[in-house]
Design a protein around this ligand. Structure first.
Ligand SMILES: [Zn+2]
Ligand SMILES: [Zn+2]
Length: 242
């Protein structure tokens, strides 16, 4: 077992609220400077920049996991991670079919920029990515897992778009082993208030929309080997942490 420094919640410039500087190479380089071993790319309701970030990291020691931060019909943010970019894009196809039929307004929400691995703009997305999809939460979880993915409820300690705040609890039948807590969560005092959550393990990630917010070596995950497969198995609770 090896311990890896992780940040599994990073937005690129494809997210309308993501800073323009969140380009593939900037994310990879900043993650390298911060000393991270594994990151995940999780744009709102989209996975179109995952491949570019993975390619930008090729040849470095940084492992990049393709992912998405899906907003379900219940207005809950779910971090979905996938074994490869093709699977992430297949999941995205289903999500795109279930977005509200409205266009993004760049002047209000921001631009949604596609980039290649050289940080060149290759287009913009005009779907309304920042809104809720029409996929019910349980359907989304089962769909991601059926495609070989793993799911983490995002920032459960926060007020907005969190499963805990929306439902009031984490449904046991969802089968989570891990929950995400946000970068500044005081986990000890949080769990003192929510003793029902002590049976979960927590993964702390940044939810970075700006380069400087990417985590340093402060959030850790033990894996048998540094592979996407191992990481997905761990989040799915297939492999134990000891
Ligand atoms: Zn979120
Ligand atoms: Zn986010």
């Amino acid at each position: 077992m090896m311990k890896y420094a992780i940040d599994l919640h990073i937005h690129t410039c494809l997210s309308p609220c993501g800073d323009i500087d969140m380009t593939p190479n900037n994310i990879v380089n900043m993650s390298g400077i911060k000393g991270l071993d594994i990151i995940a790319v999780t744009d709102h309701n989209a996975a179109g920049n995952c491949a570019a970030v993975i390619e930008a990291a090729s040849g470095s020691d940084l492992m990049v996991v393709p992912g998405m931060e899906l907003c379900t019909a219940d207005e809950i943010h779910l971090l979905c991670y996938f074994p490869d970019t093709d699977t992430a894009l297949g999941f995205q196809d289903e999500v795109f079919k279930n977005l509200l039929p409205v266009k993004n307004r760049e002047d209000v929400f921001g631009r949604q920029i596609y980039m290649n691995s050289l940080d060149e703009e290759t287009g913009t997305e005009d779907r309304f990515l920042i809104g809720a999809s029409m996929i019910p939460t349980l359907d989304a979880i089962l769909m991601a897992r059926s495609m070989g993915g793993a799911v983490l409820p995002a920032h459960v300690d926060r007020e907005s778009f969190s499963m805990l705040n929306t439902f009031g609890f984490i449904p046991e039948e969802y089968g989570f082993k891990y929950l995400e807590c946000s970068r500044n969560c005081q986990l000890d005092s949080f769990l003192r208030e929510r003793a029902d959550l002590r049976r979960y393990d927590f993964i702390r990630s940044s939810d970075a929309h700006y380069l400087q917010d990417i985590l340093e070596r402060e959030s850790w995950l033990e894996l048998e080997e540094k592979s996407v497969e191992c990481l997905l198995d761990r989040i799915n609770g297939i492999t134990a942490d000891k």
